[in-house]
Design a protein around this ligand. Structure first.
Ligand code: 3PG
Length: 306
């Protein structure tokens, strides 16, 4: 069995070593393709592999066509919008993710972004505190549940909206359940986005929602860039100079946003929510173990293209 780790944004080397150990113990060979710049490199690397571990790397039908032996793709992370699931199913390829494995890292970055923002980018001017502020989580999966846990330490008042999450989860976590995204945006000082990128959520964070935000509110995005309606975000923030947008994902209109919004827009230069040694180890090793279990026992628990 040949397993390829294909990561444009590499894992910490300690995670790669862990993946190698798991594969060697299982009797599998490991190939590495890191920091590749061209799709042609990936097309070449997949030609004889049986499994691939990826991060946000795009896997489309062309890659699958070039990989006749490919049986399984594991996205070491949560969101799998970078894999063409329909094409995978047509090719008879199992796609999995590793839910929850990198969520603490992303949750911690939410607070990194928030503190940087409420303390005015550490420019010396008087800022504000998080304690007592109302935090709204849009979606209530693994990442936002970790955000809620940390937010309790900051003394924030936490609520969330997630149409797909059972009521008991909100109760267990001691988080107020909102009835709609509209209510969440209207009521909170900070709104943190955790929705996946799907046809339903693309462009869904629009002028209607953003303009309804409380005065001086902050919108945080560590989810996906395409859930934002960019032109409406920029226009609304121009109309509402009290609002701020901070993100782990640069807008496609990054330059325009910087020019028009100045310090009220911040985006990390590279998506780095899950970029910690711990998250890389958790997600990378989980991916490796899932591949071994798939080939040895037919285990498909985390399959996302059923
Ligand atoms: C995820 O979906 O798991 C996160 O967005 C992290 O993505 P990354 O592995 O590309 O950093």
């Amino acid at each position: 069995m040949k397993i390829l780790v294909a990561t444009q944004k590499p894992f910490a080397s300690v995670a790669v070593e862990g993946i190698r150990e798991i594969m060697e113990k299982a009797g599998f060979d490991l190939a590495l393709l890191e920091k590749y710049a061209e799709k042609s490199e990936l097309l070449d690397a997949v030609k004889d592999v049986n499994a691939i571990i990826i991060r946000s790397d795009k896997i489309d039908a062309e890659i699958m066509d070039a990989a006749p032996e490919l049986k399984i793709i594991v996205r070491a992370g949560a969101g799998f919008d970078n894999v063409d699931l329909q094409a995978a199913t047509q090719h008879g390829i199992v796609v999995m993710n590793t839910p929850g494995q990198n969520s603490n890292a992303v949750a911690e970055l939410v607070f990194g972004l928030l503190l940087f923002t409420v303390r005015n980018r550490y420019n010396g001017k008087s800022g504000t505190e998080l304690m007592g502020k109302k935090l709204g989580l849009l979606a209530f999966g693994n990442v936002p549940q970790n955000v809620a846990r940390v937010a309790k330490g900051f003394g924030m008042d936490i609520c969330a909206y997630d149409a797909y999450c059972p009521q008991e989860v909100f109760v267990q976590q001691g988080v107020q359940q909102m009835t709609s995204a509209e209510e969440l945006f209207r009521m909170c000082d900070v709104v943190s986005l955790h929705i996946p990128s799907t046809p339903e959520t693309k462009n869904s964070i629009n002028a209607k929602l953003i303009s309804s935000m409380k005065s001086n509110a902050i919108l945080v995005n560590t989810a996906r860039q395409d859930v934002i309606n960019e032109s409406e975000l920029i226009r609304t923030l121009q109309e509402r100079p009290d609002l701020r947008y901070v993100s782990d994902l640069q807008l496609a209109a990054d330059e325009e946003a910087r020019e028009k919004l100045g310090d009220r827009y911040f985006a990390t230069p590279k998506k780095m929510g899950a970029q910690t040694a711990e998250a890389n180890i958790n997600a990378g090793l989980a991916a490796a173990n899932q591949i071994v279990a798939f080939f040895k026992d037919g285990e498909t628990r985390f399959q996302v293209n059923k």
